[in-house]
Design a protein. Sequence first.
Length: 106
Amino acid sequence: MDKQKILIVDDSEMNRALLVDILEERYDVVEAENGVEAISLLSKQRADFSLLLLDIMMPEMDGFEVLAYINKYHWNDTFAVIMISADDTPANIKRAYDLGAFDYIS
């Protein structure tokens, strides 16, 4: 059986490496270091992904902008988006859910 594919989007190489270490045994993991790279990957391969782990604070295009783009084009109809952030303020959590996030991990 093929492994499900997860896209990890985080500008921190250390954070991506940690998540890859945790997930790579059970999942096929793809990495993007910013939102622009994530949108590019998803525009070509979104049907391949089951899950997107998305950081909020990133250069070029932050996680909220990525999530808004995904929601606007209904890409999240085919995969779940989980936001990952150290910022667990109620306003950020609400915004993530309002934009279509499946869950929020701080």
